[in-house]
Design a protein around this ligand. Structure first.
Ligand code: NDP
Length: 284
């Protein structure tokens, strides 16, 4: 293997140690950072992500409640709950874990969630702030990616970046954050032609597709920085794999995130970091 590893688990540990110190300082001033979560009760993957987020939050000394949403929850009940959390001064962050049950309108729920408590950075208000270069909470997953680059002193100014995926929670905000750091960015998606050729031009390649090991080693420019947000199961194989075929990609890339242990832990660390920022802002 020739690549250097962008170790998200190791960096997330450093971030979480720093968070615990910040949380302790807030506690001395009578503020306990609190992140409340709304999650679909019937979605095992969401429940397990939320368990991990709550577990890490608790380890850092943070508080938080979870509210399970099920097929009997009405849109009005959801909006009322968000309104209640918005106006509760003890709550510093609200996470609406995607996806919600199908009968609910997720966009309307996100519109109801105030930007001040949107520590996941995925409401239209927060995304608008990102587009406008205004202060605000940034999307946790791409923020985690950017922190990994920053921690390793990787300068992407002037570099050619290709982001595969244009979702609101990963692909689009990742592209905007790379642009903010002066990369020249192309966003690819399911209708992009000659995707492999496009990827071969990328100095920075971000994969946020949801297709196991789609990006092969021969799609990668030698020495490129490869960031893999993917989290996929392959039938009959234990554990999770990324959107990038790590075995072949790591022979070619200069830097690469592993799966697991790359973007995933940095997403959680960034979410918690945003929630602590929100709690600190109440004292400002
Ligand atoms: P979405 O399904 O919302 O978006 C996937 C994107 O990939 C779409 O823009 C789609 O294009 C594009 N796409 C699909 N197939 C292809 C293809 N064959 N070629 C090129 N582009 C394609 O997924 P998310 O953005 O929510 O998630 C992406 C991945 O990241 C998933 O594996 C998910 O599990 C993971 N994830 C990881 C997180 C973490 O914390 N590590 C957090 C969130 C997600 P189109 O728009 O044209 O349909």
């Amino acid at each position: 293997m020739s690549s250097q590893i962008l170790d998200g688990l190791a960096l997330s540990k450093i971030v979480r140690e720093q968070l615990a110190i910040r949380v302790a300082a807030l506690a001395e001033k009578g503020v306990i950072p609190r992140l409340d979560v709304l999650v679909a009760a019937q979605d095992p993957a969401s429940l397990s992500y939320v368990r991990m987020k709550r577990n890490w939050a608790a380890k850092a000394g943070m508080a938080g409640d979870s509210y399970e949403i099920n097929e009997n929850t009405s849109q009005q009940e959801l909006i009322d709950k968000i309104g209640e959390l918005n106006s509760n001064p003890l709550v510093h962050g609200i996470l609406l874990q995607h996806p919600l049950p199908k009968h609910l309108d997720e966009n309307e729920a996100l519109m109801a969630l105030g930007a001040e408590k949107d520590v996941d950075g995925i409401t239209p208000q927060s995304l608008g702030r990102l587009v406008a270069d205004l202060p605000g909470f940034r999307c946790a997953t791409p923020l985690g990616m950017m922190k990994l680059l920053e921690h390793h002193g990787i300068n992407i100014q002037g570099k050619r970046a290709v982001v595969i995926g244009r979702s609101v929670i990963v692909g689009k905000p990742a592209a905007l954050m790379l642009l903010q750091k002066h990369a020249t960015v192309t966003i690819a998606h399911s209708r992009t032609e000659n995707l492999a050729d496009l990827c071969r031009e990328a100095d920075v390649l971000v994969a946020a597709v949801g297709r196991a090991e789609m990006v092969k080693g021969d799609w990668i420019k030698p020495g490129a920085i490869v960031i893999d947000a993917g989290y996929n199961k392959i039938e009959g194989r234990k554990g999770d794999v990324g959107d990038v075929e790590f075995a072949t990609a790591s022979e070619v890339a200069g830097w690469i995130t592993p799966v697991p242990g790359g973007v995933g832990p940095m997403t959680v660390a960034s979410l918690l970091s945003n929630a602590v920022d929100s709690a600190e802002a109440t004292l400002a």
